[in-house]
Design a protein around this ligand. Sequence first.
Ligand code: P61
Length: 465
Amino acid sequence: MLPPPFKIKVVEPIALVSPAERRRALADAGYNTFLLRSDDVFIDLLTDSGTSAVSQEQRAAMELGDEAYAGSRSFFRLEAAVREAYGYTHVIPTHQGRGAEHLLCRALVEPGQLVPSNLYFTTSRVHAELAGGVWVDVAVPEASEPESLHPFKGNLDLAALRAALERGNVAFVRAEACLNMAGGQPFSIENLRGVRALTQEHGVPLVLDATRISENALFVKEREPGYEDRDLPSIIREIADLSDGAVFSSKKDHFVPIGGLLALNDDRVAERARELVVVYEGFPHYGGLAGHDMEALAQGIRESTDERMIRQYVGQSAYLGGLLSGRGVPIVLPVGAHAVFLDAKRFLPHVAQHEFPAQALAAALYLAGGVRSMERGIVSGQHGHDPYDGLELVRLTIPRRAYTQEHLAYVADVVARTYEDRKRVPGLEMVYEPETLRFFQARFEPLAAFPALGEELRERLELSA
Ligand code: P61
């Protein structure tokens, strides 16, 4: 395997605080990894959102930021970069992905209308529902089966989609690339073509969540017959061309700390979205971003179509996944784009789902080695107090261009060590529950004391050094 297509020029120091400090930090954070301070974290695999390293070209471009309120040169460069990579006619910058979701849902969703989607994403669903929409999951069943080796678990179930469209009153259909909540799983272009045909037949817009479109395109190249010799930019473009528009959280594929995009082809919907952007984000020529942010974003979009860059990134998830599977740790297969997802139901079978196994496992990994991960189970996925028996995952998310294989090998050690001690990890009780998007700020107490995983791991690593 070739080494990464970049070398390190600027570094950020990180440190492993002591086991006693980790215990205190975790208790202070209410056993919720979102509430830890980053100084208390050693390897931060909470998210790939806004955590990538920027390139020297992005930093140089930032110097050229035009901070004009209206008619900024930087906006027009951003618009050109979006059109070149994806071909959409209208480009509306937003402060981040959920800003774009907000505008889209306000522009397209009438109360009572359906929004069919492959599974869901937290913020995407909340915005559809705040606009009065009704979320309908039309993912293929394999999306919710961690052990299924289906190569395209991000596919939409065409029969379920047809049924939703035949019920009528559909605002738009949402297809998410590299389906985050299923483990970063791609859709195939064949499936997207089927979705396209159905939405056209019913006159309903098809909108991509294109946040991780580059990795999806790479999986298409690797897995879908007929695409092996195609270049990555043309596959990305083919995916975008099958849709009427897209939302992007640019904090992922576009290598920027902040930024999002709403891209549309329909003039009327774009006009409505521009009326809304001035209320909620800012003038349409910056939409909540500084001129220098738009410059970094335009350059990041170009880098996100570089196959070597995307291959290196997806390769890091595969590397970590390989280390973990090799040590018998239950993970979601196939390994997806941006993360390795631990299957907490199989990792901690003694913790019932109402005792939050994924949240407890994320806490245990932090105690064991200062590794921060994210709960993606009942805390994130339960809708109100509806019954929930869905996926119960912990996401080890890889920031782009930020960590080396040595960091990832250490993470694998921490996870494997925790797996050996899994029977001693207790469940949790939720003691504070916010009304919306509760996972961000909920607080927990352990149902029994956590074992001294950290102390033991340190001893073991020191002994083997
Ligand atoms: C993440 F715990 N993702 O994966 P914004 N669509 C998609 C996303 O992955 C996404 C957004 C829209 C994050 C950050 C995050 O429940 C959470 O730029 C497919 O974050 O507004 C974001 O884009 C929203 C973490 C968001 C969460 C919501 O880590």
